[in-house]
Design a protein around this ligand. Structure first.
Ligand code: CMC
Length: 378
């Protein structure tokens, strides 16, 4: 009988071979297709990065222009999707709305041709184009407003902020948001990407792939952490309360949100970039008292938990940036999903290239040969 070694959470188990991104968790390195995240954050933009992730190389000027034009052309939402959203409870979480809407998109494009590059490109374009529109629409619909149409003269990032906040954003704010999207676009085989790959491996449609990834991203141990970080900073309330808060968490074995990572054992490079972006936002748009609490928290956690390799992850500083951009707290994870759609689609495309259905095994811990006892005799 074959004996398999069980690894809780599949820690250290390679689930695929991939050339999309690379993480060195000891040195704090993240690369997309071999290019350092720091270079992409400072010199590229989200759509160029998405193209790189999905097609494996940087687009030339003409390729980038036509990719952007296709996306801008498909940003409008289906009326039937917005009608469906109007029937959702306003109190529901926007991630649930996004998951339902991503799946519903598949109803409109049910003819599947996974071996046709034109089909793949159309699905990539539609999803990258429509996910932000669907996220922003839920925000307006739950406020009792009608969703507003995308503006062709605005960039991907600026248009999303415009659709969400119903006003054209400051260009600097739009630039910072674009960098946030670039930073969150891809991160090897995290839980939601793994979920996307498992779903993709059944050869279902790409809308189901994105819907299952959205559902996985929503949890507080994954993308939901950014929202939890802001709630935590609000609960702590002042720098003086930080030590007691940390003691309480450690005593009750409660996770401190925005800290720790399966792969990084040093500060997540994205957290360092986001921290700088947060500082730039405060310089331009005014300080935020929660930033001081965050700094104190990082220092105290380092004193207490650095020995375990626990440092800020990507979700620690992102919420502080999003607050300054006027993004509501429960929209942080949907914003993460907008960006990560690029990575999920890259893995979907890669999975199709050499597909084998995911079907792992298990180590059975139950009983055998249990006799059946009729209900009246139990
Ligand atoms: N606060 C306090 N202790 C922690 C934390 C934390 N945030 N993270 C890990 N630990 C401790 C944990 O208690 C355990 O200690 P011990 O060995 O004494 O039992 C040890 O570190 C290993 O933790 P783990 O939970 O086994 O680690 P994991 O690799 O299974 O989980 C994680 C990784 C990110 C889920 C976890 O660190 C965590 O829950 N962090 C808080 C939630 C969070 O910030 N999530 C965002 C993750 S990064 C972006 C994303 O994926 O979206």
């Amino acid at each position: 009988m074959t004996v398999y070694e069980y690894r809780a959470g599949l820690e250290g188990v390679p689930a695929t071979q991939s050339s999309i991104s690379y993480v060195d968790g000891q040195k704090g390195i993240l690369e997309y297709r071999g290019t350092a995240i720091e270079d992409l954050a400072s010199q590229s933009n989200f759509l160029e990065t998405a193209y790189l992730l999905i097609w494996g190389e940087f687009p030339d000027a003409a390729e980038l222009a036509s990719f952007e034009a296709e996306i801008y052309e498909h940003r409008r939402m289906k009326y039937r999707i917005s009608d469906m959203m109007k029937s959702f409870p306003e109190s529901g979480h926007p991630m649930d709305s996004l998951q339902a809407c991503a799946a519903a998109l598949g109803l409109f494009y049910s003819k599947r041709a996974l071996d046709d590059p034109a089909y793949i490109r159309a699905a990539v374009v539609r999803l990258l184009a429509k996910v932000p529109t669907m996220v922003a629409a839920f925000q307006l619909i739950r406020k009792g407003h009608d969703p507003i149409r995308p503006r062709d003269d605005l960039s991907y990032a600026a248009n999303f902020l415009y659709m969400l906040n119903e006003k054209e954003p400051d260009p600097f704010a739009a630039h910072i948001f674009d960098v946030c999207l670039t930073l969150h676009a891809e991160h090897t085989i995290n839980a939601s990407t793994f979920s996307a790959m498992v779903t993709a491996s059944t050869l279902t449609d790409p809308y189901a792939v994105i819907a299952s990834a959205v559902g996985t991203l929503a949890g507080p141990l994954h993308g939901g952490a950014a929202e939890e970080v802001i709630l935590m900073l609000e609960e702590i309330g002042s720098v003086d309360h930080v030590p007691a808060y940390i003691e309480h968490c450690l005593e009750h074995r409660q996770k401190i949100m925005g800290f720790g990572h399966r792969v990084y054992k040093v500060k997540d490079p994205r957290a360092s970039i986001l921290q700088k972006l947060a500082e730039q936002m405060f310089d331009k748009f005014g300080q935020d008292k929660y930033y001081d609490i965050a700094i104190a928290l990082e220092k105290t956690v380092a004193e207490r938990l650095a020995g375990k390799g626990i440092y800020p992850n990507v979700d620690f500083y992102s919420g502080l940036v999003y607050r300054k951009l006027g993004i509501p707290t429960d929209m942080y994870t949907p914003v993460f999903a907008i960006s990560r759609t690029a990575g999920w689609l890259a893995h979907w495309k890669e999975q199709l290239g050499e597909n084998r259905i995911f079907r792992p095994t298990q180590i059975y811990t139950g009983m055998h040969q249990v006799p059946y006892i009729p209900v009246e005799e139990r």
